[in-house]
Ligand binder design. Structure first.
Ligand SMILES: Nc1nc2c(ncn2[C@@H]2O[C@H](COP(=O)(O)OP(=O)(O)O)[C@@H](O)[C@H]2O)c(=O)[nH]1
Ligand SMILES: [Mg+2]
Length: 316
């Protein structure tokens, strides 16, 4: 080995030492429907968080962990920020977003590529007040042309000292490498927070109920309230026979009889479709075959009842 080669080797070793492990909590915040959950799912490479074109699909704070050789990012997906709290459920959602901000080492503010509105300005205020470093992800750039993007970037850069501003399209997986690189770069140095195989802190029961809720959101229009609740009544691994699939029985709760009718549909066809689509996603998520049985029940005014929601949360 020549002296030069030896020096190279030492530099490589030295370089590895100079790259400490980075780990931290990263809150994904922003207005409802800007694509926060889509972004999380794409970054993790699995479908963890429910997505739909309707706002407020994400109701709880959801942890999604990405572990690589040199870093661990513990993402916190949050419900979209709501201007005013209408009832108990809404205020729970606002708290979930505020909690995530407090816990975060770094914040990713997600916004659409258009001038900042009230909600964005309020988030920027909070970032300032909490002194949190933040990255701005301008999502859905597939919907605008480049010349319209530049003034938006400028406006945001003037409004706040973002560590970086990254245009992305979560849907088309555009710019996500750059975003992840920026996130890792601004994470604190430190030991992993979770065992390396951790994906989330939520139970399979919780993820299953969220998947069913997502399908209800995706398949029905405004005629079904978007704040239905889903409870898992039974979940038996290998209890679905036929090659020992899992057996899952779940109930979808709605406010009114009329909504129940719509959800079930003529001859049960509509509900069947929810079941077919949910099962597909659940099987993909669990990596196992399942038998899914769905029921619909009326539970008037459940939204105003903290105990009912609490029970639902505790299943998670
Ligand atoms: N065109 C486009 N649509 C997107 C993109 N990201 C998300 N969406 C859509 O925006 C809607 C809301 O997404 P979701 O992730 O639920 O938003 P969240 O409420 O912020 O979590 C869904 O219909 C997504 O498919 C994107 O990059 N481009
Ligand atoms: Mg969401």
């Amino acid at each position: 080995m020549t002296d030069d080669q030896m020096k190279d080797e030492q530099q490589v070793a030295g370089g590895a030492e100079a790259q400490p492990f980075r780990a931290g909590f990263v809150a994904i915040v922003g207005r409802a429907n800007v694509g926060k959950s889509t972004l999380l799912n794409q970054l993790l490479g699995i479908k963890l968080s429910p997505v739909s074109p309707r706002p407020h699909t994400t109701r709880h704070k959801l942890l999604g962990v990405l572990t690589e050789e040199a870093y661990q990012v513990a993402f916190l997906d949050t419900p979209g920020y709501l201007a005013r709290s209408r009832d108990w459920l809404d205020s729970t959602m606002v708290h979930a977003a505020a909690d995530a901000l407090e816990e975060a080492d770094l914040v990713v503010l997600v916004a659409e590529p258009r001038p900042a509105g009230d909600v964005e300005r309020r988030f920027i205020e909070q970032l300032r007040r909490l002194g949190k470093p933040a990255i701005l992800a301008l999502n859905k750039v597939d919907l605008v042309r480049k010349p319209r993007l530049l003034p938006v970037i400028q406006e945001y850069s003037q409004a706040h000292d973002f560590r970086e501003v990254v245009p992305v399209s979560a849907l088309q997986e555009d710019g996500l490498d750059r975003l992840l690189e920026a996130v890792v770069k601004h994470l604190p140095e430190g030991e992993p927070l979770f065992p390396p195989d951790t994906v989330t802190d939520r139970s399979e029961r919780f993820l299953v109920s969220e998947t069913i809720r997502e399908k209800v959101y995706q398949l029905y229009g405004q005629e079904v309230p978007y704040q239905v609740a889903v409870g898992i009544d039974e979940f038996r691994e290998g209890g679905g026979e036929e090659g020992r699939r899992d057996y899952i029985r779940a109930t979808i709760y709605v406010d009114k009889e009329s909504q129940k009718g719509i959800l079930v549909g003529a001859g049960g066809q509509a509900l069947k479709e929810v079941g077919v689509q949910a099962r597909k996603d659940i099987e993909e998520m669990l990596g196992r075959a399942v038998y899914l049985e769905l029921w619909v029940k009326t539970h008037p005014r459940w939204r105003k009842q903290p105990h009912f929601i609490q029970r639902e949360l505790e299943q998670g």
